[in-house]
Design a protein around this ligand. Structure first.
Ligand code: FE2
Length: 379
């Protein structure tokens, strides 16, 4: 099938996606971490996130502490337990630091809960209303792959810092932003032969449609392989690619993730910028580590992607990857895992018309990831 036919078919599918679950955007991403205070400092100092809200002993919460940070439309919540035992400690012991909640911004959290649970979603949180002097927030939640959950957040009647239970967090230490704007997509790794099941979950339970499909031939290298499908909601604001491992000569990077995370979970969060060269320069100068891209990649890249607006020199210097589809091109780059275990990482992406996810870069990327795996002795 030619690329043109494929994308026509895709657009039709997206239009047909039954929008019984209108999503306004990603509300926040919550990570359970071993030390939220220090993690918050990392996201401030290295990534330029701005302090926003806090919850803990000082706000009457006895068992956990949470820091909320924001950069443009991206909101991170970092949560650590304050006491022995309990769900958060168990989660961290099993998975290490990682994403627990992908929160979705909705107009009606009660309806979102009913629409999804009636279609088979497993309940995580029955609808509840939190109130304080700034108004109210309605929350509900369902389980998705692994121990990851979606929380639906209805906040149209709230004027406070984040939500009831939090107070504004305004420390003296502030850093400049790095040009990150919004979450472009969030990728889940699931186990062997589980991709179809989870794509069906997003289709049936949440009304998503499939955007693009890669087969393992497209993205296998000598040693590693995966299968990937991209699920998108009706208005295209939420895109969840789902990966499963495929057979290769050696261990798939998806398998390595599943082993260290002890199950399915969020593999990477792609953050959009409208000036990737400046953003990546900033991030590098603040200590964010990116995957090494072989210089030879740039010898042939323009033959593959054609003309681009940017000079090749700074892209090569920073190791930024380029890919093209029939609607335009994109620039992207991947960090090394940002946690102790080789699990979650970030992608920085700038779209210049392209709506795809860098399929042409997968091989170059995987070869780079394999060099890293080799150094860890897990290939
Ligand atoms: Fe991605």
């Amino acid at each position: 099938m030619s690329l043109d036919t494929t994308s026509l078919k895709l657009n039709k599918e997206v239009e047909d996606a039954a929008d019984f679950l209108p999503l306004l955007g990603t509300d926040y991403v919550e990570l359970y971490v071993g030390n939220a205070k220090q993690a918050a400092h990392y996201y401030q100092s290295a990534w330029g996130f701005q302090p926003m809200a806090y919850s803990g002993l000082e706000t009457g919460v006895k068992d956990r502490v949470s820091y909320v940070l924001q950069q443009d439309k991206i909101r991170l919540v970092l949560t650590s337990p304050l006491t022995e035992g309990g769900e958060i400690n168990r989660h961290i012991e099993k998975h290490g630091d990682g994403v627990k909640v992908i929160a979705l911004w909705v107009d009606d959290a009660v309806k979102s809960y009913k629409e999804t649970t009636s279609r088979g979603a497993k309940s995580y949180m029955e609808p509840k209303t939190l109130k304080d002097e700034n108004g109210e927030v309605v929350l509900s939640g369902i389980h998705t792959y692994g121990e990851t959950v979606h929380v639906f957040v209805e906040r149209s009647n709230y004027k406070g810092a984040f939500m009831p239970g939090f107070k504004a967090w305004n420390p003296q230490y502030k850093t400049a932003e790095t040009g990150l704007k919004f979450i472009d997509h969030m990728v889940g790794n699931v186990g062997w032969d589980e991709m179809r099941k989870w794509c069906e979950f997003y289709a049936k339970v949440m009304g998503f449609a499939q955007l693009v499909s890669f087969d393992d031939k497209d993205i296998s290298t000598d040693y590693t392989a995966l299968m990937s499908k991209v699920m998108s909601n009706g208005n295209g604001r939420i895109k969840f690619p789902i990966n499963e491992p495929a057979e290769g000569k050696k261990k798939s990077q998806i398998e390595e993730y599943i082993e260290f995370y002890n199950g399915a979970g969020v593999q990477h969060i792609a953050l959009a910028t409208d000036n990737i060269i400046e953003t990546v320069k900033q991030l590098k100068s603040r200590g964010v580590e990116f995957l090494y891209v072989p210089e030879t990649y740039y010898d042939t890249v323009l033959d593959r992607v054609g003309e681009i607006d940017e000079d090749l020199a700074p892209l090569k210097e920073l190791g930024i990857l380029i890919d093209r589809d029939d609607e335009g091109y994109l620039l992207q780059l991947f960090t090394k895992p940002v946690l102790d275990r080789p699990t979650m990482f970030f992608e920085i992406i700038q779209r210049k018309g392209a709506k795809s996810f860098g399929k042409g870069n997968f091989k170059a990327l995987f070869e780079a990831i394999e060099r890293e795996q080799e150094m860890r002795g897990t290939l």
